[in-house]
Design a protein around this ligand. Structure first.
Ligand SMILES: [Zn+2]
Length: 277
């Protein structure tokens, strides 16, 4: 469990799954082991000794003075998916949160940076055959028309009807707030638009006592893209607008930047140019 302190704000990372290898074959096509080996600082946390990138599916808990936020909610349990890495999982994510002092009932906000299958899963849990909100005391925040886009393009969902099992139940429960892409959650935490990966994608800016962080969601998929700004991914819906060279500036390299990494796809998925993660 990794933690970062940004002034009065603490960020804690909870990993659902980790992977290494093959990333250059389906997601970051430029990031071959040969190309990555030149970026020595990626080792050991973001790259193996062999130059293969490490990726993870994780959530970030943000503790600000006035509120508690969870950013992105991974794959979730019991969800039918057309991908062996995410289908019908039975992980310990909520128990891990609670054991670390973050029971689901303690959250004020759940923020999905965008609506891809690996960012919405723990929004809901299966109770007596019905999908119910996991974080019952929280407001679920979705920005930039992202809800409207995916509601109108459900055929573009990858690997299963995640809108149906992980987003629609929030609306039915009255817990979903559709917000602007510059929405301010509290004095230290606000959103910044980073479209490109998806039309309404947002990143989360954290600023406190002269320190800053940017939680990037899938604005970038690997810290290697901080060294190679022109490396885009097959998962970006708009290749020109995505990536570090786009409008949103993540700040100096010295800033604390989270690369919310994504995961491998099945062989058949790799044939698709847009992989939807
Ligand atoms: Zn994504």
């Amino acid at each position: 469990m990794s933690q970062w302190q940004v002034g009065d704000v603490r960020i804690t990372k909870f990993v659902e799954k980790e992977f290494a290898g093959s990333v250059h074959r389906f997601l970051l096509l430029d990031a071959t082991p040969e190309a990555c080996k030149d970026i020595a600082w990626l080792k050991p946390h973001f790259m193996t000794e062999n130059g293969e990138l490490r990726l993870s599916i994780h959530a970030l808990v943000v503790e600000a003075p006035s509120c508690r936020i969870i950013v992105d909610t991974c794959f979730g349990n019991d969800k039918q998916r057309e991908n062996e890495r995410s289908n019908m999982l039975c992980g310990s994510f909520p128990r891990d949160l609670e054991a670390a002092g973050f029971p689901a009932s303690s959250f004020d906000y759940v923020l999905c940076t965008h609506l891809h299958v690996d960012h919405v899963g723990w929004n809901t849990v299966l109770v007596d055959g019905k999908w119910e909100p996991t974080f019952k005391n929280a407001r679920y925040l979705i920005a930039g028309g992202e809800y409207e886009y995916w509601s109108c393009h459900r055929e573009k969902q990858q690997f299963g009807d995640y809108m149906g099992d992980s987003v629609d139940p929030l609306l039915a429960a009255g817990l979903l707030d559709r917000i602007e892409t510059d929405h301010k959650l509290c004095d230290e935490v606000w959103l910044e638009p980073t479209p490109g990966h998806t039309p309404g994608h947002v990143s989360v800016r954290i600023a406190s006592k002269g320190q800053q962080a940017l939680l990037t969601g899938d604005f970038i998929h690997s810290p290697s893209q901080m060294a190679r700004h022109h490396w885009g991914t097959t998962a970006d819906s708009d290749q020109k607008s995505s990536g570090v060279d786009s409008a949103a500036n993540p700040g100096p390299v010295g800033d604390r930047v989270d690369a919310c990494n994504r995961n491998p796809l099945s062989r058949s998925d790799r044939r698709s140019r847009n992989t939807g993660w």
